[in-house]
Ligand binder design. Sequence first.
Ligand SMILES: Cc1cc2nc3c(=O)[nH]c(=O)nc-3n(C[C@H](O)[C@H](O)[C@H](O)COP(=O)(O)O)c2cc1C
Length: 184
Amino acid sequence: MRILGISGSLRRDSTNTRLLTAAARELPEGVEMEVFDGLAEVPPYDEDADADGASAAVTRLREAIAGADALLISTPEYNFSIPGQLKNALDWASRPYPGNCVRYRPAAVMGASRGQFGAVWAQAELRKVLGAMGARVIDAELPLGRSHEGFAEDGRVRDPELREQLRALVGRLVEEARPARTAA
Ligand SMILES: Cc1cc2nc3c(=O)[nH]c(=O)nc-3n(C[C@H](O)[C@H](O)[C@H](O)COP(=O)(O)O)c2cc1C
C-alpha cells in the first residue's frame, strides 16, 4: 500500500514536511509513504490552461495522487487558513469534476505551526476542501503546536501522547484505504 504525503509548506526546513517524515515512521508493516516534492512547480490555477491541457507539473501532481491508495496532508496555517499554494494545487487536483483523482480516496490531515494551536483552523478548512473534492476524509486532527521544538533528535514527534495520536491517525487512514485496495 502506498500513501502520498503532501506538505503544505515550501520552506526548506518545514516542520510540516518533518511531520510527514515522522508519520512515515509510524506506518504499519507493508505500507510506504512517498512525499510529493513538486508543489512549488504547480502554476496558478487557470480554467483556460486546464482546458488547453494541463502542464507537466499538474500532470505529475494528478498522477501522484491517482497512484496512491491514500493521501496524508500536513498543512501550516497562514492567516488562519490553508497556504495559497496548497489550495491552488488542490484546485488543480479537483478537476475534472466529479471524476477527479481525489474522489473516493481516503485522506487524512495534520498540521504544524510555530504558535501553540497546531494549525487547527487550517486543518479544518483543509478537511472541508478535501470533502468538497469528494475525498473520504478522516474526521480527526493532529495539531503539532510550537513545532520548531516538536521533534526529538531521531525525527520522531517528541510528545509521546501526540506520537500515539499520530500512530492512531495513520492507522485509521490505512484501515480506510484497505477495503479499496482489496477490491482493486
Ligand atoms: C504568511 C504567514 C501567515 C501565518 N499565519 C499563521 C496563522 O494564522 N496561525 C499560525 O499558527 N501560524 C501562522 N504562521 C506561522 C506558521 O505557523 C509557521 O511559519 C510554520 O512554521 C509554518 O510551517 P512550516 O514549518 O512547515 O514551514 C504564518 C506564517 C506565514 C509565513
